[in-house]
Design a binder for this molecule. Sequence first.
Ligand SMILES: Cc1cc2nc3c(=O)[nH]c(=O)nc-3n(C[C@H](O)[C@H](O)[C@H](O)COP(=O)(O)O)c2cc1C
Length: 208
Amino acid sequence: MTTSTLKPTLSVREAIETRRSIRTYQDRAISREDIHQIIDLVRLTPSAYNLQPWRFHVVTDAALKEKLQSVSYGQKQVTSAPAVMLMVSDSEEMMRSIPEIVHFGLPAERKEQEIKSLTEMFSQMTDEERSAWALNQTNIALGFLLVALQGLGYASNPMLGFEPEKVKELLGLPEHVTLAAMVPFGYAASEGYPHHRLETEKLVKIHG
Ligand SMILES: Cc1cc2nc3c(=O)[nH]c(=O)nc-3n(C[C@H](O)[C@H](O)[C@H](O)COP(=O)(O)O)c2cc1C
């Protein structure tokens, strides 16, 4: 069970209702310990076969944030925020982690079978299919991250407005990984825009 020593937490409902994309931040650092606690929570995100392809890179270095901003069409939230999370989807790391992930409670023989069948299943996919599969899972963690940050008292802004190959180069990430999002986060210095969403009736059909 993960416990947090961060600020008082919001309920899930409060976190979802109050979260907005925030693009200006207070000049207030986030400690390494708090960053670890955020990720400690987000890593509990579920994934198919429990394969957990997400990896987290957090940039707090001012010079590196400047460089990230320059490959993010100059979006100012990248340097305004004290920390910038890169949500990385790594299908190769995912494959390497299979033996560690397959349920520890299984008898040795079943475990071997499970490792073999999962490895075979993913080996039959093309690299593109495997990356797309992993990215689907990583996007679940992105949703969890946004709610977790808000619930723990931080503001954030999910971003896809950046040049992925240049971001990868700046962070020294391997060619095969996919960036699910860049997420500047910290303490809000503005309120963001009110929610503007499609009506529930338009989105749902209950069969029954
Ligand atoms: C995957 C994703 C990528 C986004 N990319 C950007 C971006 O590059 N720049 C930006 O300012 N906002 C970006 N946004 C924020 C959206 O514009 C915002 O979430 C949407 O308008 C709803 O507003 P809200 O987040 O304040 O509720 C992105 C959001 C998501 C989920």
